[in-house]
Design a binder for this molecule. Structure first.
Ligand SMILES: NC(=O)c1ccc[n+]([C@@H]2O[C@H](COP(=O)([O-])OP(=O)(O)OC[C@H]3O[C@@H](n4cnc5c(N)ncnc54)[C@H](O)[C@@H]3O)[C@@H](O)[C@H]2O)c1
Length: 295
């Protein structure tokens, strides 16, 4: 006889990184989808002492913000103990700053606080290691837009299954993001690797990715004015040597909501694994996609 299934526990999300762009979007998505948002969150220096997150259907939740320093550990510990004493699963969500990635992960490990890390940058190897060494439940993913992650995985599979399928084709890549994003998109860079395998010949250099950060060029590319401060528009064009065949792969993401929805899927996925006491502890968005546990 199989073991009886445990009741689903309710989930409390500690949204670290509030009141940042992603933090706000994620806190709203959590409330929209029935997760509780903890009344405390880690934030950066020079931030207000609290933030109010509006619910879509009226009402709001006020979250006290704790800046870097000794209070951070005490406050997180209290939130964790309070949630656990009420029989809830507490998960930290981290959308903070590259410089905080490793420090925050070490704190979560110290407290035994499971976490979903969406913040990019930091020492990624050390991040994976500290989680693996300590057997903490965690989900780490630099891109939480499920559809983009699935698209990337499909291109990876196509490239390794059919290398050279686009032999002799030329490649052009244009990516557009809000002007505050200084670096080239990590997704676009990963795509270069797959597309190079598909086309063979002289490899395309990531330096040749056309990066749009000025509003005039972005709007000429089609980005709506209201999405200029938050978007991810990428077009990958493969053209045959004689120009008679063109393949174009594109994703045009306006705003940040799709990433926040992916974060809630990730939190629910992780909570389900905690609830069932899974042996595997460290996950990424591919695990969420494979499990089909998304909304
Ligand atoms: N995984 C994904 O799908 C995904 C999607 C979008 C953004 N991101 C990443 O998420 C991070 C945040 O992005 P954003 O657009 O919300 O940035 P943002 O600048 O709008 O917000 C960052 C927030 O982090 C806070 N912060 C800074 N230092 C901190 C620290 N030491 N501890 C706790 N909080 C701190 C700031 O006060 C601010 O509230 C970036 O690394 C970004 O690349 C990931």
């Amino acid at each position: 006889m199989s073991a009886p299934k445990k009741m689903k526990s309710s989930v409390v999300a500690v949204v670290n990184g509030l009141p940042g762009n992603m933090g706000k979007e994620i806190a709203q998505a959590c409330l929209r989808r029935g997760l509780e948002v903890a009344d405390v969150a880690l934030t950066g220096a020079n931030m207000p002492k609290d933030v109010t997150v509006e619910k879509d259907d009226g009402g709001s939740v006020t979250v006290n913000l704790v800046g870097p320093g000794s209070e951070a550990e005490t406050q997180l510990k209290e939130a964790l103990e309070k949630g656990r004493s009420e029989g809830k699963i507490v998960v930290a969500i981290d959308f903070t700053h590259p410089s905080a990635v490793n420090r925050n992960a070490e704190l979560y490990v110290k407290l035994g606080l499971p976490f979903v890390m969406g913040t990019t940058g930091g020492d990624r190897e050390a991040l994976q290691k500290v989680v693996a060494d300590n057997g903490l439940f965690a989900l780490i993913a630099p891109n939480m837009c499920k559809q983009i992650v699935a698209f990337q995985a499909m291109m990876d599979t196509m490239a390794s299954t059919y290398p050279g399928a686009f032999g002799g084709y030329g490649l052009e890549i244009t990516e557009s993001h809000q002007s505050g994003k200084a670096d080239t998109s990590g997704t676009a860079k990963a795509m270069v690797e797959y597309l190079n395998k598909l086309k063979g010949g002289d490899p395309f250099d990531v330096e040749d990715i056309k990066k749009l950060r000025e509003s005039e060029a972005q709007q000429a590319f089609g980005v709506p004015a209201e999405a200029l401060e938050g978007h991810a528009w990428h077009t990958y064009t493969l053209k045959s040597g004689d120009g008679s065949v063109v393949f174009e792969f594109k994703h045009n993401v306006c705003g940040r909501r799709t990433y926040a929805e992916g974060v809630v899927d990730a939190v629910n996925f992780l909570a389900a694994r905690i609830n069932e006491g899974a042996d595997k502890k460290l996950y990424d968005m591919i695990d969420v996609l494979k499990a089909g546990e998304m909304q």
